[in-house]
Design a protein around this ligand. Sequence first.
Ligand SMILES: [Zn+2]
Length: 174
Amino acid sequence: MGHPVLRTRAQPIPQSDITSARIQRLIDDMFETMHEYSGIGLAAPQIHESLRLFVAGVRDPDDAESGHEDDDMPLMTVINPTITVVGDETASGWEGCLSIPDIRGMVPRAATIQLDAFDRRGKRVKMAVKGLAARVIQHETDHLDGVLFFDRMTTFESLTFMEEFKRYWTKDDD
Ligand SMILES: [Zn+2]
């Protein structure tokens, strides 16, 4: 946080460039970085590449065994995304960010969205998304517009350091 690239609107990737060696290598590096930091999402501006690209997810999409539906998110590469909010239901949930280390806050997001984007093979993807995946996709798409999760918080009362999060905010009921 503080690097100007995080506050800059990132550039779309031309569809014909998606399968280029440079972009494919960048995607591989981003997955590696995301896993190294145990993140569930990483946008290109976070590694100082001002491109409309993010990687996200927690589960190998080929792994048939999936977690709880709302907590589940297959690994995905998302390029040039457009988000459309579906319905008017919002959900508040905890978010953190690899660019804002060791801090969590409660952020309201649309509960259900439609995602239109390209995958890493340059194919168009269109899907309705809810639960954790909807939250992560909104968080990461915000990065492509120079928006950080603080900007989406309606109050800062829930802002907490990780140590205090574990001590005061986590419940045993999930
Ligand atoms: Zn983030």
